[in-house]
Design a protein around this ligand. Structure first.
Ligand code: ATP
Ligand code: MG
Length: 611
């Protein structure tokens, strides 16, 4: 079976194609059920309760019929005395037992489903955050998120209610039909004649109505995504004065929704009135014919009552099956999507408390040996074409080059987010595949091009560099990153909430937080990707000071556009077209009198003189 693509835009699980029930799918679904294993005992007890309550429910029509017969002095069953009080009391007793059983059943099933679902959630989340970076390149965060939320709640619904319902309704349907025949074979035969008409129309109409309602849902989802897009990019909408355009776009979608919904409602209406006609027609026919049978003395009034009650049970079960079937299909589709995550191959990292323990300390020497690399998503575009360089432990190496040359890509490779197609990266002369991923990442820190802070306090964001660091170390790191003063200027200081629901920090402030975080981590290799790009001259001086502090005693890889910031680097690596265009320190490269660095430098210094 082909793996479904994971890039469907909207994250409504109802919109995704429902898989046909087949063997392979069921096998997969069984895997999800393996999460029930730890609760096997409770599950079996729940099942027994479920069957018991379904069976006891079926006794009521017989008891009620017998009670009516008893009122006329007739005895329906030899084992049941024709005494109204006795039968009424017995019914109440059975009802009480059934209620208690139902309580325990629901309680048990919900407990099992919640617990096993939490385990699935835990596992999927664990899986997600340990997957390699390129897994996320193909997926939208919203979609992955919806797997953890809506797909799993779909499965939860199935585990808690659908499964129980299927069993209950199957029992009620099959036993109910048998009981109908037992009460009155003649009436049952009459009912069976109406059945095919109902089933056929239900199938034909049902299919059509479902198609229409799916189209309506799709259009509604489209219109919702318009709302979402425009609200997220509201400043864009306003800046380009596109309010009218967007409102037209939205209103057109809404018109479609209404047209489709009304069309659907027409068919639903026809269908509903037809079904009502059939059902009440059947009821009238049964009572009519039943009344005849009663007057001929073939059955009693109690029998007729029993019969009608049983046929209501049977009709109810039949009516519930299409919905149950659809719900199972949805759950299977959902489990398929969740299992896909659970079966992905993770990165080879340690996931435990001691994943911060460094087994092999690195001095910080870094070597790229003939690295060739293309991103897995775009294998035909070669980003690095045999790039080599060495940074000795403690050196400052600057990387410069045109935009898109692959500078940030080099940073990702050092962090082992991606692996080279050819060539090897050495840390302290040890090839990367001989050192554990956690050892490498624990000793490399990056101040990225665009700093993303987590929602939470400033303190928490700095602490992220070293979770066990105390408040004093956090403040010390912030001071060394020149961030302390602006942090203290906020009323809440280090407890200021940042991110979506808090204070928006400026680009330069975010960078200084990221620098503090990196300082706290105290890595052997430090990568600065355009760390001073978002700053004015004054803050650049502050950040530059912070960076000088940060770069002490470790290997630093500095990616920079502004060449003035890298004059005192030990070596400058000029990257162009996937290769090393030049290598040497500032003065060596300038002394050449030609080359990319010379060109860029003269360009930038002349601009500075002009301004
Ligand atoms: N995740 C990715 N998947 C596919 N291609 C990518 C990915 N990230 C970057 N690229 C491509 O790789 C090339 C190098 O990108 P990179 O970010 O390394 O450039 P850069 O030198 O850092 O540029 P800048 O100076 O603008 O930051 C670009 O052509 C870019 O389109
Ligand atoms: Mg970059």
């Amino acid at each position: 079976m082909a793996r479904p693509r994971l890039n469907s835009g909207d994250s409504h699980s109802e919109d995704l194609p429902k898989p046909k029930l087949n063997k392979e799918l069921l096998k997969k679904a069984l895997h999800i059920f393996s999460y029930l294993k730890p609760y096997k005992g409770k599950f079996i007890i729940g099942m027994v309760f479920l069957i018991l309550s379904s069976l006891t429910m079926l006794t009521f029509p017989a008891l009620l019929g017998a009670m009516i017969d008893a009122s006329q002095g007739k005895q329906t069953y030899t084992w049941l005395p024709s005494n109204i009080m006795y039968i009424g009391g017995l019914s109440l007793a059975i009802l009480s037992v059934m209620s208690i059983i139902s309580f325990f059943r629901i309680r048990l099933f919900v407990e099992i489903a919640e617990k096993s679902l939490a385990n699935i959630r835990r596992d999927s989340y664990m899986k997600l955050i340990t997957l390699p970076v390129d897994f996320f390149a193909n997926r939208r965060v919203g979609e992955l998120n919806s797997r953890l939320s809506s797909d799993l709640s779909q499965i939860q619904d199935t585990m808690t209610t659908t499964l129980a319902e299927v069993i209950r309704q199957t029992i009620s349907l099959s036993l109910g039909v048998l009981l109908l025949v037992w009460v009155s074979p003649k009436l049952a035969l009459l009912n069976l004649c109406i059945l095919p008409i109902l089933v056929v129309t239900a199938i034909v109409f049902g299919k059509y109505i479902r198609k229409l309602s799916k189209q309506t849902q799709d259009q509604l989802a489209d219109s919702n995504s318009i709302v979402q897009e425009t609200l997220l990019g509201i400043t864009n909408v306003k800046a380009f004065v596109n309010e009218y355009y967007e409102s037209q776009r939205y209103s057109k979608k809404l018109d479609n929704v209404v047209t489709l919904a009304v069309k659907g409602a027409t068919f639903r209406g026809i269908f509903a009135s037809f079904i009502i006609f059939c059902i009440f027609g059947a009821v009238i026919t049964v009572i009519w014919y039943g009344a005849n049978l009663v007057s001929q003395g073939e059955i009693t009034v109690g029998d007729l009552t029993t019969y009608i009650l049983y046929s209501m049970f049977v009709a109810g079960s039949m009516g519930s099956f299409p919905e149950l079937y659809a719900s199972i299909q949805r759950a299977l589709g959902a489990s398929e999507r969740v299992l896909e995550i659970l079966h992905e191959k993770t990165e080879n990292i340690i996931i435990s408390e001691d994943n911060k323990t460094i087994n092999k300390s690195l001095m910080g020497k870094l070597t790229f040996d003939n690295i060739r690399f293309a991103y897995p998503t775009r294998p035909d575009i070669k980003i690095l074409k045999g790039l080599s360089f060495t940074a000795e432990a403690g050196q400052k190496i600057a990387i410069v080059g045109p935009s898109g040359a692959g500078k940030s890509t080099i940073a990702s490779l050092i962090l082992q987010f991606y692996h080279p197609n050819e060539g090897k990266i050495y840390y302290d002369d040890i090839p990367s595949d001989s050192i554990s991923l956690t050892d490498i990442r624990n000793q490399v820190a990056i101040v990225p091009q665009d700093v993303l802070l987590f929602g939470g306090t400033i303190r928490e964001n700095i602490n992220y560099g070293k979770l066990e660091a105390g408040p004093d170390s956090v403040i010390d790191a912030a001071k060394r990153a020149n961030a302390h003063d602006f942090i203290m200027s906020f009323p809440d200081g280090y407890d200021t909430i940042v991110g979506e629901r808090g204070v928006k920090l400026s680009g330069g402030q975010r960078q200084r937080i990221a620098i503090a975080r990196a300082l706290l981590k105290d890595p052997s290799i430090l990568i600065l990707d355009e760390a001073t790009s978002a700053l004015d001259s004054e803050s650049e001086r502050l950040v530059q000071e912070a960076l000088e502090e940060l770069m002490k005693n470790r290997t630093s890889i500095i990616i920079a556009h502004r060449l003035s910031t890298i004059k005192n680097a030990d070596s400058i690596l000029v990257v162009d077209n996937g290769n090393v265009a030049d290598f040497g320190n500032h003065f060596e490269l300038l002394a050449k009198g030609s080359g990319l660095y010379h060109h860029l430098y003269t360009l930038q210094s002349s601009q500075q003189v002009e301004s």
